[in-house]
Every structure is written in C-alpha cells, then in structure tokens.
Write a protein that binds this ligand. Structure first.
Ligand code: BG6
Length: 493
C-alpha cells in the first residue's frame, strides 16, 4: 500500500513547457516523474504540461505516443486508470521547430490562457538552448518564467560559458535551474542529513582522521542507444564533471549556515575551487581512462563499445575513468579522493567510502593497524544504506579482533516509498527552490578543473586502456590505488 509522503508543496498553477517532448529523456524520466507527482497529489490542480517537439502530431496523436512510450516507464506497478486519465488531461502538445523563432507564436497561443507561472524545460541538445531562449524572449514569454537546462551544458569550459553567457542575457541566475539529477536523489540528500544533522561525524571528518575517500558510480548498462551522443562525450564529461564532482563537493564542504540555496552552493563552490589543478605529469599518474571490450554482464554476452550503434569503429572515447583528486584546504590537504565511474562494469553501484586512519599504536595485534578497519560506507544506490565498519573481539579466550558492521538499510527503516530524483527536482522547480540546482559558478569551476585532462587526452596519442565488459575496469585503476597503499573496496578479501 502506498504511504503518504510529505504534504504537497505550496505553489500556484503552472505551465510546464517541455521542449524535447518526444525525446528519450521526456519518455523515460520527465513525463514519468510528472505522472508520479500528479499521482501523489503534489501538483496544483490547474498545473498544465505543454509538450513541444518537432514531430508532426495532433493532440490525440501525442497522447497516443505518451500511452505507448511513457507508460512502460512509470514508477510503481499498479496504474489507476482514472489517475492516468487525469494526468493526460493536463497535457497539450505543440509541434514546432525550435530552431525557427517564428514558430514560437504557436507556443504563445497555447500559453495564452491562464496566468500561471511558466517553466521551460529544455530537454534538448545543448545546441538548441540559446536559440530556444532567444525565441522565447522574442515571443515575450520569459518575464517571470523559469528555465531548466538539462546536462550536458556545453562540451567544455568555453562552450558552457558561451551558453551561460547567452542564456544569462535573457534569464537572471535565479530563474535558471541547471539539472544534475544526482542532487535530487534521496540518498544524496541524506548525505547532507548525515553530515550536518549529527555531531558524531564532524570531529572525524577531516585529514587528521580520514585516510582516503572513494566515490564510485558504476553502471552495468552500456550506451543504450545513445552511441552518437556518448561517443562525442565520454565518461569524464558525462559523469565526472557533474555527478561525481558534485558528490565530492557535498562530502568535502564545510557546514553551511543554513539550507538556503546560496548558502549550500557557496560551500560547494569553495570545494570545487579548492580542487588541486592537475598537471600533464599528474594526469599520466593519477588519471586512468578505459574503454570496454566485449564481455559478459551477469552471464549475458555484450558487444564491445566500438561495436555499439553510433560509435566510431576506432573510437578513443572513454567509457571508464578513475582518478585521484585532492582538495587543497586545511580540512582535506593530503587526503586522496579516488573517483571512479564506468559503463559495463561488474555491478550497478553508487557508493562513497570514507576510510579512517587506523589506530596509531596497537596493543591488540596487527589487525588494528590494517587500513580500512574503521570505515563508513554510504551506499547511494541500489539499496541505500550506511555501514559503519569497526573491529570487535571474537568471543572466547584470547584477544583476537574481527571486523564487524553496524548497518542501516534505509528501505527497512523507512517504509515509505522513495521519491525519484526527477520528481523531487521538478517539484522544486515548480516551487521555485534552487538549492538542488547547480549555480553557474559551480559549473564553471568543475569545467575548469576537468579542462586540463580533456586537453591532455586530446593532444596525446594515448588510447584508453581496455577492460572486458563485466569487470571493474582496467588494471591500471587498481594500480592507481595500490600506489597509495590502498585498494577499491570490492578488491578486499
Ligand atoms: C546520466 C548520464 O547523467 O546519468 C548517463 O548521462 C548515466 O550516461 C546516468 O547512465 C546515470 O544515472 P543513474 O541515476 O542511473 O545513476
């Protein structure tokens, strides 16, 4: 049975205009999230969804598309037909060519009724962000509106700056919502709760007690029909520049004085600006890029990356990155943060591992001196959990130590259904809450940090290291940690 969640946010009626209304993201994430919000009574009754795409469909044709393409991606199992009908009633479709400003008169007409707040969600390629914003401005639709920019926002520092400059001439920063869906994950919210709602961890959360930190976002999936996009992008741009650096910022940030959007974002920004710049030599030592070959995921054979549709036969795009990052400030100086992400890895896992230093002297034998005996493992997905690893005495005579765990599995503790990241973020946009969206300066700092790596890779004839699909990536990723006398969590016996 569904248990009620928090009370609905207070917001007025809205017109949620979804550019890219027949795209993959609309189909898999955005419309299902809006449906979930509708189902849970979180949307104002007069909130409307205006889907915009180039495909020539009439209203009925679009609803049929939604029925066929969106329904299979809805969260939960049972779909109440009346609730679904109610959701469809919110939807209008406008077919227009987003690169043609004249065609925006059609959108203006569709929005003419009602005086609700307009939200423009740009679930299109970044090349259309500026033309769409300009056309919205010419059509007189931008005043008091909000714009949501999906990632990737640009391809590098220069292109992202160019987009931000141009969009910034039309929308003020507090009208711009840059999506990083990791920030909407319940588990990532919980990281903030864990760090800033408890006094327990704070004294330990620093270089004196932390030896190293690992952040892994591993996927079993490959490029899933997005070969064209992915081959131009690669794991560094697709995952590290945004999701992983945001996770790092949340782990490393100072306690904000409030949960106000700018208070939180100011602290994250300080971390991103404190990332130690990497030189060419360090890139060779501390950054591993890989690409998967054919292999098997859970016993099912999968092709090599280069054999995926849309991918170049001799592509050198990375599908895996592991790297060492350092944060140059008093709290973290000298503590390595090891980041790792990849496609077609041995498991689907997003996890943060805080390895505490062992005791300085052991009166209880060598076990107490082993690195990683005291550790906090924060599992973000799947099965969100927190595990505190410690040592205890084995029962019996003598004093033999053994590793033990204190476990908190969130889905057992909280019976409530978890809210999907997109649902939370869309509700935040509608309600005007900016805290979970990336501010321009944060994004710029993250691009600035990855820029030398991108430049180095572009200038080298140094192809990514191969790894078989279904493994944890190239051996060089293990060697990177071995050089720091540690290993990835799954490599421990
Ligand atoms: C997206 C990337 O931002 O995040 C995808 O573009 C990736 O390539 C996805 O698969 C992973 O998100 P999640 O929520 O499934 O971990």
């Amino acid at each position: 049975m569904r248990t009620p969640r928090n009370s609905p946010p207070e917001h007025d009626g809205f017109a949620f205009v979804l550019f890219g209304g027949t795209g993959d993201l609309a189909m898999r994430k955005i419309l299902p999230a809006l449906y979930a919000a509708h189902r849970d009574d979180m949307l104002a009754p007069d909130g409307r969804i205006v889907s915009v795409a180039q495909t020539a469909l009439d209203h009925g044709g679009y609803l049929k598309w939604v029925e066929e393409h969106v329904k299979p991606h809805l969260p939960g199992t049972a779909i109440d037909p009346a609730v679904w009908e109610g959701f469809l009633e919110r939807i209008t479709y406008v077919a227009l060519d987003a690169s043609q400003p004249d065609s925006f008169s059609l959108l203006r007409e569709a929005l003419a009724t009602g005086r609700s707040r307009r939200i423009f969600y740009l679930a299109t390629g970044p090349a259309l962000f500026v033309p769409i914003c300009r056309a919205l401005a010419s059509a007189g639709l931008t005043v008091g509106s909000r714009v949501v920019l999906e990632k990737p926002l640009g391809y590098d520092l220069e292109s992202s700056n160019a987009i931000n400059d141009a969009v910034g001439q039309i929308f003020a920063e507090d009208q711009i919502y840059r999506i990083d869906h990791y920030l909407g994950k319940e588990a990532v919210q919980n990281l903030l709760a864990l760090r800033f709602g408890n006094s327990l961890f704070e004294p330990l959360w620093r270089r004196d007690w932390v030896e190293s930190i690992q952040i892994t976002v591993a996927e079993e999936l490959g490029v899933e029909g997005r070969g064209n996009f992915y081959d131009q992008t690669g794991a560094l741009r697709d995952m590290v520049q945004n999701h992983l650096l945001q996770l790092l910022a949340i782990i490393a940030m100072e306690p904000p004085h409030s949960m106000d959007a700018d208070a939180v974002r100011d602290e994250k920004l300080r971390v991103l600006r404190a990332l130690k710049p990497v030189t060419s030599e360090q890139i060779r030592q501390s950054v591993v890029r890989g690409q998967y070959h054919a292999g098997a995921i859970k016993g099912v054979s999968v092709p090599a990356y280069q054999a995926e549709a849309g991918v170049g036969e001799h592509s050198t795009t990375e599908t895996f990155v592991a790297l060492k990052v350092e944060v140059e400030n008093w709290r973290w100086s000298g503590v390595p943060f090891f980041l790792r992400t990849g496609k077609r890895l041995a498991g689907r896992l997003a996890e943060i591992v805080i390895n505490f230093r062992p005791v300085p002297h052991s009166a209880l034998g060598p076990m107490a001196l082993r690195p990683g005996s005291n550790r906090l493992t924060i599992r973000l997905q799947p099965n969100e959990s927190i595990r505190l690893s410690a040592l205890a005495k084995q029962p019996g005579t003598g004093m033999t130590l053994q590793g033990v765990h204190l476990d908190l599995a969130f889905d057992q503790f909280f019976q409530q259904e978890r809210m999907e990241a997109y649902e939370r973020l869309l509700l935040d946009v509608i309600a005007g809450r900016l805290a979970l969206f990336v501010r321009r300066d944060e994004q710029e700092a993250a691009w600035r940090w990855v820029a030398p790596i991108l430049a180095d890779w572009a200038s080298q004839d140094n192809p990514p290291k191969p790894y078989a699909a279904g493994t944890w990536g190239p051996a060089a990723a293990s060697a990177l940690l071995a050089r720091h006398s540690t290993c990835w969590q799954e490599e421990e016996n």
